[in-house]
Every structure is written in C-alpha cells, then in structure tokens.
Design a protein around this ligand. Structure first.
Ligand SMILES: NC(=O)c1ccc[n+]([C@@H]2O[C@H](COP(=O)([O-])OP(=O)(O)OC[C@H]3O[C@@H](n4cnc5c(N)ncnc54)[C@H](O)[C@@H]3O)[C@@H](O)[C@H]2O)c1
Ligand SMILES: [Zn+2]
Length: 248
C-alpha cells in the first residue's frame, strides 16, 4: 500500500467510526515550542526533567521543583496550539472526539477541544499535600513554596509524577473509552511511560484500529495497525481535514 492509499484508508476508517479517540503525548506540543522530556530540551539548568518530576525530588527540595515548574509555566504560557491541536479541535464539527492526553500544558483546551481527559494532571492547578484541596493557579511568579490557605500544608503542582499512580476515576474513564474505540490515534508519545504506554495495545486487543503518528517508531509500534512517520502538525491536518464534507 502506498502512503497515499494508507492515508485514504485511515481517513475512511475515521469517517466510518462513531467517535474518534486520541491519545497524545509531549510530541504533539513540541511544534508549539514545549520541550519533550526525552528529546533536546529535556534539561533544565543541569537537571534532567525526568529527575525533577518525581515525589522524591519534591520531598527533598520543594523549592527547586517549584522553580522548575514555574519555568515550565512561563515557557508554556508563551506557546500557542499548533495545527495538530487545531485539527483535533476542528474535527469535533464532524464527530465526537475524546482526547486522552499525557500533557499538562492545557494546549488542547486552548485549541478548543471540549472533551479532554488529562491523565497526568495540569500544570495550571495546584494540590495541597496535606488536605488535598485543588485550586486553579496560573501565576508565573510566586513566593516559594506556596502553602495552602486552609491548612498551611505545602502545595504542589497537580501533576502525576514519575512513580505515582493515576487518579482512579480518570484512569477508568480512559480505559472505558479505549475499550470501545473503533479507531485510536496515538500522537507524539514515546510509549515508555506506563500505564499510557499500554493503552494502545489495550485498545487494539479490544478491536480498535490503532494508528500511531510519531517522528520515529516506538517500542509499541509492532502492536499497532500502522505507524505514520512525520510531524504531528503536518500529519493530523492531512488525516482530519474534510473540506469536501463542509462544502456539501
Ligand atoms: N507538553 C507537556 O505537557 C509535556 C512535555 C514534556 C513531558 N510531559 C510529561 O512527560 C511524560 C513523557 O512522556 P511522553 O511519551 O508524553 O513524551 P516523551 O518526551 O517521552 O516523548 C515524546 C515523543 O514525541 C515524539 N515527537 C517529538 N516531536 C514530535 C512531532 N513534532 N510530531 C510527532 N511526534 C513527535 C518523539 O519521537 C517521542 O516519541 C508524559 O507523561 C507527560 O506527562 C508533558
Ligand atoms: Zn490544605
């Protein structure tokens, strides 16, 4: 099958399905300027991002971890959704779309996606480690570390760090959607961070046609129906823009 035939086949499958389920990772936001953890830009000062995004790093030095997250907030606040985010949001005019994202940057919502499951939380929310209160917080500067006005406990970014488990309700929502998905698009995720790394295989084992979009093949590629090698910002508009329909 040529690439063109493959794209045509995927577009048909997407249009024939009732709903589009999408799993996104850091790669979908890379073209917006948000660095991925494993590519270039996965370093802050001399620290590896993957060493700072841990509960151990936060217990040892909450101020350092907060400085890292404020730096990320400032960076993300300057980033705009790219054509990949916009194609997913725009596709809601044709079909219901559920975006399951590992990203904490909020760019899917900024692009207009209305149905987003943030399985790793949001950088724009904080959680008290003592009483669990959640609150929205978009400050780019603050006295560190922030403390809870209710109980005086330490506040942390409401994100899921390496080694932590996902919120049960959100995980259940994701698994239910994956189980019933006819087509699953997996975009810009390295396929090494569990449990999301197994979501594609899980959906495939329940009958989904799984399409991966990435710059390179991943450890999960062998389990999927196909992998399209390319930039999310170019491939997604090609897969999801249906001008012929809007002209009818
Ligand atoms: N934007 C964000 O919110 C953000 C950024 C970095 C890390 N994280 C967090 O870190 C964890 C890292 O896991 P991950 O798998 O999501 O990211 P990752 O950094 O491990 O991998 C990114 C993947 O995207 C691919 N990629 C890079 N640029 C791309 C492009 N233009 N088009 C298509 N694919 C591209 C890479 O080949 C790689 O496979 C996640 O759990 C996430 O929560 C979030
Ligand atoms: Zn509290």
């Amino acid at each position: 099958m040529t690439d063109r035939d493959l794209i045509r086949n995927i577009r048909k499958r997407i249009m024939d399905s009732k709903k589009l389920v999408v799993l996104t990772g850091a790669g979908i936001s890379a073209e917006s300027g948000v660095p991925t953890f494993r590519g270039e830009g996965g370093l802050w000062r001399s620290y590896r991002a993957t060493d700072l995004a841990t509960p151990q790093a936060f217990s040892k030095n909450p101020v350092l971890v907060w400085e890292f997250y404020l730096w990320r907030r400032r960076l993300i606040s300057k980033c705009k959704p790219n054509p990949a985010h916009l194609a997913l949001a725009g596709f809601e005019s044709y079909k219901p779309v559920l975006v399951i994202t590992q990203n904490i940057d909020g760019l899917h919502q900024k692009a207009g996606s209305r149905n987003v499951l943030e399985i790793h939380g949001s950088i724009w929310r904080v959680r008290c480690v003592k009483c669990g209160r959640l609150r929205d917080d978009d400050r780019l500067e603050m006295d560190l570390p922030p403390v809870c006005s209710l109980c005086g406990g330490l506040e942390r970014p409401d994100v899921v760090w390496f080694g932590e488990s996902l919120d049960e309700g959100i995980l259940k929502g994701a698994l239910d959607a994956l189980m019933s998905a006819e087509v699953l698009l997996i975009v810009g995720t390295s396929g090494v961070v569990e449990p999301a790394a197994s979501f594609g295989r899980f959906a495939a084992s329940h009958g989904a046609y799984v399409v991966e979009v990435n710059l390179e093949r991943t450890p999960q590629s062998p389990y999927y129906a196909c992998t399209i090698l390319g930039r999310a910002g170019e491939v997604l508009p090609e897969l999801l823009t249906f001008e012929e329909i809007s002209q009818k």
